[in-house]
Ligand binder design. Structure first.
Ligand SMILES: Nc1ncnc2c1ncn2[C@@H]1O[C@H](COP(=O)(O)OP(=O)(O)OP(=O)(O)O)[C@@H](O)[C@H]1O
Ligand SMILES: [Mg+2]
Length: 737
């Protein structure tokens, strides 16, 4: 229906044109014909009137004489000639009295058939006087005029109709050519346009009004297209910049939140992620973001907000503790900025999660504190150890003299032993104890200790040992692992006064970059993990923070020394691993130690040989010890063991003894010596100069700690201070035989 050809007739300009034109043509034709007809009639009438006048005048003259003579036959003849004229319908001659004398023509002629009549008196001149003798009346018929008129009007009608029709048709054709065709072009162009930015141009040029219309359309089209394209590119720019904004803000790794008086107005995904919300909708539904701020930080943040809104001063970057959706804490570093948001001031907060840095910082501080404490304790313990060595050695010698059953001597011996144990634990914490690492299967070791543990823990506590199949062997001192297990189990027992479950779990752990952050200060690699878990009271945060520190205890005086966990900590670290504590109040505690994986398979636990004394065979021993008390004591011990002793206080003196060529079978030297040369370095020199000489080193420190990396020292024996007579005798025999 929209097509030009399919239009309804009244929607078509041509039909409208014809509809309007046809009545006009008809009316015009009728009017023209009427005017022409009327003019023709009037002309004929005028002609006839003139002719009738002439005719009557002529015949009145011609009839004058016959009438005078009253020759009616002649009169009638004359009158008949008159009726030969086709226009004449009737001729009547009457006398002065009005009586008809002669009448010719159509006697039935009706008044409606008479066009008009002409009357003239018939006169006769008699002796110079003119006398009227009758009246001639000629009636003209309209029949002839009518027929003439009908023919003429018909011809005129046809002619006018043809003329006006031709004119109309011509104008219609002209119209079609001048108006319709360009209009059709315009229509097709508009129809084929695919939008305001792609209006089809019209290829038509004419210097008439339609041409001007098309020209105006073209100008308008170009303007619209230009403006549309400009609008499109502006729109595209807006879309692009909005995308940039989205990428920048929504995809930002920093959390962005806009709020007015803590009512959230905008939030990005990173913020949601940091606080454990799935998406912005969840946060925007909150009345206030106060629930996302730790209680202790709320007032501070409110003050900062007020200052920011009042623009009192630009705010520095600050840190605060946030509360995640699940209630856990998250540390944030935050920068605030006052902005205008939807017509009113608001604050834009940009935050990053610094929980990991905070944790690392805390762990570093803790490690530094432990290191410093370790240094301090280690130093004291070492000196203390030397003193104990003197006490222990001398009391042992004394006991041999006065007899083993002397109560006083026994009391001193017991006190010295307890002191030695304590120092041992301190040395363990400061990672300076003497360790004998072996490949150990932690699960087997725990199994072996089960009986002892059950006895120590009592019946209210059940013990479960779990282990990963294919558990890796750990490289550690088995004695210290047992010690650790015992310590942890006793801690758990104390935390479960009404009983509970103690779980000893062994598992493998591969540390790499993914899980390393949870285990700072531990190098990447494979570890065998021993965990002791209980269902006890758990530790409050304060206790957890300090539990590993030496002498930290929550137990009453005499019940705990506070050295258990610190010893475990030191041992695990010295073994190349680490230790972690997880605890929840009212739920329980898990302490895990990580021990490096051993390359070799585990060796079955060797039965500790019973100590017995091996007497010397008068071999010559060069004793190097700077401390005169220790020197004296060791000297006495050696003599009692049937050795010959030359004792000196430093390396220089020892060198002189050797250069004198005195007979020496073995050098027994302290590791730490004054004068810049250590016993270890001196022993290394000896290995070159006197390769046949046996060397035994004495130290309060472990082999690792005194840096025995010098190759020949592998042949040497290390004797840990304090040592008993039996211990000394065995070490010497081991070295000499
Ligand atoms: N399993 C545990 N459950 C709850 N608290 C524990 C646990 N283990 C240790 N603690 C807490 O840590 C503190 C320190 O423990 P640590 O073993 O170092 O010393 P101690 O047990 O007090 O004394 P010691 O072990 O020297 O006899 C304890 O006093 C206790 O408060
Ligand atoms: Mg303890």
């Amino acid at each position: 229906m929209n097509q030009a050809g399919g239009r309804r007739w009244h929607a078509n300009i041509t039909s409208k044109f014809l509809l309007i034109l046809l009545p006009i043509v008809l009316l015009a034709t009728l009017a023209t014909v009427s005017v022409f007809g009327w003019l023709t009639v009037e002309k004929l009438r005028a002609d006839l009137t003139l002719r009738g006048d002439r005719l009557t005048r002529f015949y009145a003259t011609a009839l004058s004489s016959p009438l005078w003579n009253y020759d009616l036959e002649s009169v009638e003849r004359t009158l008949r000639t008159l009726t030969l004229d086709p226009d004449v319908g009737q001729a009547v001659l009457s006398n002065m009295n009005g009586e008809t004398l002669a009448q010719v023509g159509d006697s039935d002629l009706g008044a409606e058939q008479i066009l008009f009549h002409a009357t003239r008196p018939v006169e006769y001149k008699n002796n110079g006087a003119t006398e009227t003798i009758g009246t001639l009346t000629v009636r003209f018929s309209n029949l002839k005029i009518q027929s003439v008129l009908e023919t003429e009007i018909l011809i005129e009608f046809v002619l006018v109709l043809v003329l006006v029709g031709c004119l109309s048709l011509g104008s219609l054709i002209t119209f079609r050519f001048i108006i319709f065709r360009p209009l059709t072009h315009l229509l097709l162009a508009i129809r084929s346009s695919r939008g305001l930015d792609a209006l089809t141009p019209v290829t038509w040029s004419a210097r008439d009004e339609i041409g001007e219309v098309i020209q105006a359309y073209e100008t308008m089209r170009r303007t619209i297209v230009r403006e549309e394209q400009a609008r499109f590119s502006a729109q595209a720019a807006v879309v692009r910049s909005e995308k940039h904004f989205r990428d920048l803000i929504e995809g930002s790794i920093q959390g962005v939140l806009i709020h007015r008086d803590f009512r959230p107005l905008y939030v990005n995904q990173a913020w949601c992620d940091m606080f454990g919300y799935t998406g912005p909708a969840e946060i925007l539904a909150l009345e206030s973001i106060h629930s996302m701020i730790a209680t202790e930080d709320r007032q501070r943040l409110q003050t900062l907000y007020d200052q920011e809104i009042a623009r009192e001063r630009p705010l520095p970057i600050f840190e605060f503790k946030g509360i995640r959706r699940d209630g856990s804490e998250v540390w944030l570093q935050n920068a605030n900025r006052r902005i205008e948001w939807e017509g009113a001031p608001a604050v834009q907060a940009v935050a990053i999660d610094i929980s990991e840095q905070k944790l690392a910082q805390e762990q570093l501080l803790q490690a530094q504190k432990m290191e410093a404490t370790g240094q301090l304790t280690g130093g004291i313990a070492h000196d203390f150890n030397n003193l104990l060595a003197i006490i222990q050695g001398n009391i042992e010698l004394l006991c041999e003299d006065v007899g083993d059953d002397n109560a006083l001597a026994q009391a001193i011996q017991r006190a010295a032993r307890r002191g030695a144990e304590l120092t041992q634990r301190l040395l363990a914490f400061s990672r300076r104890q003497s360790l004998h690492p072996q490949a150990v299967n932690l699960a087997h070791l725990a199994d072996g200790l089960l009986d002892l543990l059950q006895r120590s823990l009592g019946e209210t506590i059940s013990i479960k040992v779990m282990s990963e199949d294919a558990l890796w062997t750990a490289k550690a001192d088995p004695g210290q692992v047992e010690n650790t297990l015992l310590n942890l189990a006793i801690n758990s027992r104390d935390a479960m006064p009404t009983g509970g479950l103690l779980t000893i779990a062994c598992r493998n752990l591969h540390l790499d970059t993914d899980n390393a952050p949870q285990h700072p200060n531990m190098p990447a690699g494979d570890y065998a993990v021993l965990s002791v878990s209980d269902t006890g009271n758990g530790m409050p945060p304060y206790v957890m923070e300090h539990a590993m520190e030496p002498f930290f205890t929550t137990k009453s005086v005499g019940e705990g020394s506070g050295l258990g966990l610190s010893m475990v900590y030191g041992f695990a670290n010295q073994s190349g691993g680490g230790m972690t504590i997880e605890s929840a109040l009212g739920v329980g505690t898990t302490v895990s130690i990580y021990l490096p994986r051993a390359e070799a398979a585990a060796v079955p636990a060797a039965a500790l040989g019973t100590m017995h004394r091996e007497i010397g065979r008068n071999e010559h021993i060069l004793l190097i010890e700077d401390d005169p008390d220790v020197r004296t004591m060791v000297r006495v011990m050696l003599e009692r063991l049937h050795y010959r002793v030359i004792s000196v206080g430093d390396v220089a003196e020892a060198g002189r003894v050797l250069s004198r060529g005195s007979q020496i079978d073995l050098v027994l030297s302290d590791v730490m010596l004054p004068g810049g040369v250590s016993g270890a370095a001196f022993a290394a020199d000896l290995a070159h100069s006197h390769p046949e000489l046996k060397v035994v080193l004495m130290s309060g420190y472990s082999a690792e700690h005194i840096n025995l990396e010098i190759a020949p020292l592998t042949k040497m024996t290390l004797l840990n201070k304090p040592f008993s007579l039996d211990h000394l005798s065995r070490s010497l025999r081991l070295a000499l035989d």
